[in-house]
Write a protein that binds this ligand. Structure first.
Ligand code: KIV
Ligand code: ZN
Length: 385
């Protein structure tokens, strides 16, 4: 089974979510939890962005023992020097240098011809490798770059000695077929491509970040980049927990696995949500409050008989205690009776029928009927008889 390396950028691309600002203590706390989760590589920040971020990256670099710590840099010497400074004390440091390659970025942002982009990137990789043992190079907006120029840029990065080359879909524009095809094309056309690891980095503007990342894996990506809870610029990045559970649940299909400790997923998600202030939507895959909750009578009846009827993975596998059967207007007698038993009540058939009728009346008025509501209802019923 092929191993997929996980590159977490919660502390960099994730922190670029509007309204999020993590201080040094918070970054270190998240970094420790990412280490427990078993993240292979973590991007701690963008040291040239501010003295505060440089200090935070340095604190993470010194604190983390079991993951590679990475600092982001534009393709310029001052940025590379800042990363060099920030990664002092790291066990396994790596610099992540990026330069845009698409025609839109070349023309409007960089005002550079292809040849200048190529040479600027080449010099930056060379300069980076003078001071740091490993370079990851990213072709920003690779998703909208001509395929032959992608091949030229990746070939140059291989020749210069980069360890990882990243192919970002920076603006979340591609479909899974198109994104996977870029990896296939690189594998088939770059000489000595086996000397590097290829990395996938997707944004979620069209809601396809997870699908695109999985397509890259199917087409030979060795590493995937993402964030916890999928936070990040605009609509966010690929959610790491989604990739990890897709590979785990559909191992026979992907023939690939991560070395994450999956039972740390729920804890990591809660910590990132609390420290970034970004609430996880209830219906968010894997870590949303409803991901293992069942409301309808038919589903609850199925769950009470055999959990695999409506769950493709267990809540325990991501570190949660159990599935939830939420009582509401769609719930049936079976789930209602089970909840009463859990609350310590064994009612006769007649009592149960009456209580169930009252429960349905209440459920029509409320979104969710709580245990306290049920207790009040049963106590009142028993007092009447
Ligand atoms: O989305 C992107 O292109 C990035 C790069 C800096 C890798 O985040
Ligand atoms: Zn990004």
């Amino acid at each position: 089974m092929r191993k997929i390396y996980i590159f977490d950028t919660t502390l960099r691309d994730g922190e670029q979510s509007p309204g999020v600002n993590l201080n040094t203590r918070e970054k270190v706390e998240i970094a420790h939890q990412l280490e427990k989760l078993g993240i292979d590589r973590m991007e701690a920040g963008f040291p040239a962005a501010s003295p505060g971020d440089l200090a935070a990256v340095n604190a993470v670099a010194r604190a983390v023992k079991n993951s590679t710590v990475i600092g982001l840099s534009r393709a310029r010497e001052q940025d590379i020097d800042a990363v060099r400074e920030a990664l002092k004390g790291a066990q396994d440091p790596c610099i992540h240098i990026f330069l845009a390659t698409s025609p839109i970025h070349r023309q409007h942002k960089l005002r550079m011809e292809k040849a200048q982009v190529l040479e600027t990137a080449r010099s930056a990789i060379r300069y980076g490798l003078k001071y740091l043992p490993k370079v990851e190079f990213s072709l920003e907006d690779a998703g909208r770059t001509e395929l032959d120029f992608v091949v030229e840029m990746v070939t140059m990065a291989v020749q210069e000695g980069a360890s990882v080359v990243n192919i970002p879909d920076t603006v979340g524009y591609l479909t899974p077929y198109e994104y996977g095809n870029i990896f296939k094309h690189i594998k088939e056309n770059v000489i000595d491509v086996e000397k590097i690891q290829l990395s996938a980095h997707c944004h979620n503007d069209l809601g396809m970040a997870t699908a695109n990342t999985l397509s890259a894996i199917l087409n030979g990506a060795d590493q995937i980049e993402g964030t916890i809870n999928g936070i990040g610029e605009r609509a966010g990045n690929t959610a790491i927990e989604e990739i990890a559970m897709a590979l785990e649940t559909r191992q026979e299909f992907f023939q690939a696995k991560t070395s994450l400790r999956l039972s740390e997923i729920a804890r990591t998600s809660r910590l990132v949500s609390r420290l970034t202030g970004m609430v996880v939507p209830g219906n968010k895959a894997i870590v949303g409050a409803n991901a293992f909750a069942h409301e309808s009578g038919i589903h609850q009846d199925g769950m009470l008989k055999e959990k695999t009827t409506y769950e493709i993975m267990t809540p325990e596998s991501i570190g949660l205690k159990e599935s939830k059967l939420v009582l509401g207007k769609h719930s049936g007698r079976h789930a209602f009776r089970e909840r009463l038993i859990e609350l310590g009540y064994e009612l006769s058939e007649e009592e149960l029928n009456r209580a169930f009728g009252q429960f349905k009346d209440l459920a029509d008025k409320k979104k969710e009927v709580s245990d306290d509501d049920i207790l009040a209802l049963v106590e009142e019923k028993l007092a009447d008889t």
